[in-house]
Design a protein around this ligand. Structure first.
Ligand SMILES: [Zn+2]
Length: 290
């Protein structure tokens, strides 16, 4: 069993190598996917014959953390720039403080929504107030005067249209995709499927997550299970996520947990346990009104 002292020493002594490996991976990837990472890192640090296998595994884990941090930082910059531009280009129909919590593949849907809102009568005072990914679909927030004639039905129709279209479009790249379920729900294309980790048995059986609403009891059960499992996480992993505040709502951070704890869990289907745990624990209760 490795001591904290040993970990700290390893990290300090081999930091340049950890960084180099991480940098290389991060430069070539926009998202962190466990299977790709595992393939990339397998056997890395094996040439450090002065170190034990456990030491080498620790360095690989550290490199994974560093690569993940770098990818997240780059992604966060890219999002900030893109959504900033969306807000600037559509300042007449998007609030200046609108928050967007989603990947960039759905940008065109947001632009479509902005273009539509622009055609509304001024009396509706309709503005896009933000948007987020929720259970694999795009939910757009629109503020408007619902009392104005025709406003409510049109705005609700637009929100539903955008939501349904998002269920056929990869949230990452905008190509055709479908809703996929692993430890969490996300709509992605075949190419980006690997970021999801291990799929649930019912993956592919749900076209629209809104239908889950009728099964609140089952979801609460899953959440309970997730919370129980999460409490078993090593403090290190939990701390790590806490540091990454902008990422905490980002489901992909969860695939990191699998790495952080994989040295202990590698043998028995680590990914499914790790991923489903964290993600379910973090899902809010399902709700149709959002
Ligand atoms: Zn894609």
């Amino acid at each position: 069993m490795m001591t904290d002292q040993r970990r700290a020493w390893l990290r300090g002594a081999y930091l340049d190598r950890i960084t180099e490996v991480a940098q290389h991976y991060a430069a070539a990837h926009t998202h962190f996917a466990d299977p790709e990472w595992e393939a990339y890192i397998a056997g890395e640090f094996g040439y450090l014959s002065e170190l034990s296998a456990e030491d080498q595994a620790y360095l690989r884990d550290q490199a994974g953390l560093e690569a993940f941090r770098r990818i997240v930082a780059a992604l966060s910059d890219a999002r900030e720039t893109a959504f900033g531009k969306l807000r600037d280009d559509n300042g007449d129909v998007i609030q200046s403080d609108a928050a967007f919590r989603l990947d960039l593949g759905w940008l065109s849907l947001l632009q479509h929504a902005a273009d539509r809102v622009r055609t509304y009568p001024e009396a509706w005072r309709a503005r896009i107030d933000g948007a987020k990914e929720k259970f694999g679909c795009l939910v757009v927030h629109i503020v408007c005067d619902y009392a104005a004639r025709g406003c409510r039905s049109e705005v609700e129709r637009l929100r539903e249209e955008v939501r349904l279209r998002s269920l056929g479009m990869c949230e990452i790249c905008g190509e055709s995709g479908r809703l996929r379920l692993s430890g969490y729900a996300k709509t992605v294309c075949d190419k980006h499927e690997p970021i999801m980790g291990e799929f649930r048995k019912d993956d592919g059986k749900w076209a629209d997550p809104w239908t889950w609403n009728d099964d609140a009891g089952r979801i609460e059960q899953v959440l309970e299970k997730g919370r129980a499992l999460i409490s078993e996480y090593p403090a290190e992993s939990v701390e790590l996520l806490r540091d990454m505040d902008p990422v905490r709502r980002d489901r992909r951070s969860l695939s990191w947990i699998a790495i952080a704890s994989s040295s202990r869990r590698r043998s028995a289907r680590p990914r499914s346990v790790a991923a489903s745990t964290t993600i379910h624990g973090r899902f809010p209760a399902v709700s149709r009104s959002c």
